[in-house]
Design a protein around this ligand. Structure first.
Ligand code: FEO
Length: 395
């Protein structure tokens, strides 16, 4: 996609990745693709804020060239070292070798270990400023949002915040702004992004937003490094982040399970019937069939999490084990949960799930629900009653 002016003298010069379907080592399924957003600031001095993933270098350079010759770039600002944003920096620096690279101390370390470039560096800390002429670049360190090197760049004269990964979404589209796309699709992808990337860093998200509010800096536009730019209502995504970071949930239960011969699936659906009978929303997801990124997103606002598996080798099935390992890494807070599962000759899956849920910090509700082979009529009734009791617990 061609360069587009997003404010006077500020241009989106990034790339749209229509085809990417997995991110971060297959931990994030990007079903709508993504974008790598880079921003060119044209003033008396010229700054490029972030770059794009390496294979998209030519698109970045073509977009910059529509506005200015890349040799004229004075500052290459690297808000974050991860290669989806820094991958094209070596190609840019070949075109403007005298440009100064700007980033945090940790960013410099990470860039050196990735690219071994002999570049002129200026490391910056929160509050440091670089004048471009009419506009200033002000830097704000944002460690662990989401890497230790991360920082935000702010232009006070334009009320423009460029926070790199924060407030992003994985959406490939020809549109660039929040008022140009379907609001449900936008918030759905923003929630998936938060739940699968930023949730573990929630205390830091709250602290950073409070810090920005205390600084009293007006924010008229948020231009993240993935997806859509927030210009119509930047507070919408800030308030959503505050809600998600506080682990605010509602009366909703997600049942995630893996099944061998459908017995655990029968259990999941019957427990779900019981939950639904209380008026509580329930989502039932087979982790082998449903997009795992979507299941984690559904858990973002769910008070209850029920996990089930068939028993295999006295343990849960392996895909579910991987799913629970990822859920633990996401550090959800304030949830209640329970384990269930079927077995043939010896149990074990439900007990192992229960242990994993406890390690995740989820309050586990007893008792374990287990069935040998296929649940009979009396067990089906018990499963329904268990679901109803669990539904009442999360109300
Ligand atoms: Fe942390 Fe979009 O890279």
């Amino acid at each position: 996609m061609s360069a587009i002016q997003i404010q006077k003298g500020v241009y989106w010069v990034g790339a749209v990745d229509w085809n990417v379907r997995s991110f971060h080592g297959h931990t994030f399924n990007t079903k709508r693709g993504s974008t790598y957003n880079a921003y060119l600031i044209v003033d008396e001095k010229i700054a490029l804020i972030d770059s794009v993933y390496g294979p998209f270098s030519k698109e970045l350079i073509a977009n910059i060239s529509e506005i200015v010759s890349p040799e004229k770039i004075d500052y290459m600002v690297v808000n974050h070292v991860e290669t989806d944003h820094s991958g094209a920096v070596p190609e840019i620096m070949k075109l403007c070798p005298k440009a100064r690279v700007i980033g945090t101390e940790k960013c410099k370390l990470g860039m050196n270990r990735n690219y071994y470039g002999n570049w002129d560096w200026q490391t910056v800390k929160s509050g440091d400023k670089i004048s471009l002429g009419k506009n200033n670049l002000v830097f704000l360190e944002a460690p662990m949002l989401h890497w230790p090197d991360s920082m935000f760049t702010y232009i006070p004269e334009l009320q423009l915040l460029m926070p790199n990964d924060a407030f992003g979404q994985h959406i490939a589209t020809s549109k660039r702004f929040d008022d140009e796309i379907d609001p449900y699709e936008l918030m759905d992808e923003a929630a998936a992004y938060y739940a699968n990337i930023l949730l573990p860093f929630s205390p830091l998200v709250i602290r950073k937003i409070e810090e920005v509010v205390k600084m009293g800096i007006p924010i008229g536009m948020i231009a993240p490094s993935h997806g859509i730019i927030w210009r119509k209502d930047p507070m919408k995504i800030i308030n959503a982040y505050l809600k998600w970071a506080k682990n605010e949930t509602k009366a909703k239960v997600v049942i995630a399970y893996e099944t061998m011969w459908k017995s655990t699936e029968i259990m999941a659906k019957r427990i779900g019937d019981g939950i639904a009978s209380t008026g509580v929303q329930v989502i039932i997801a087979n982790i082998s069939e449903k997009d795992n990124t979507d299941i984690i997103k559904e858990m973002l606002n769910a008070k209850g999490i029920l996990i089930g598996s068939s028993t295999h080798g006295n343990d849960m099935l392996p895909r579910l084990a991987g799913f629970l390992s990822f859920l633990k890494d996401m550090k959800p807070k304030g949830r209640v949960g329970a384990a269930f599962g079927s077995y043939g000759w010896a149990g074990g899956a439900a007990k192992k799930i229960e242990e994993k849920l406890s390690e995740t910090g989820i309050e586990v509700i007893q008792p374990l629900i287990q069935c040998q082979f296929v649940p009979d009529k009396a067990e089906m009734q018990k499963l329904f009653e268990y679901g109803a009791a669990f539904g009442n617990k999360v109300k």
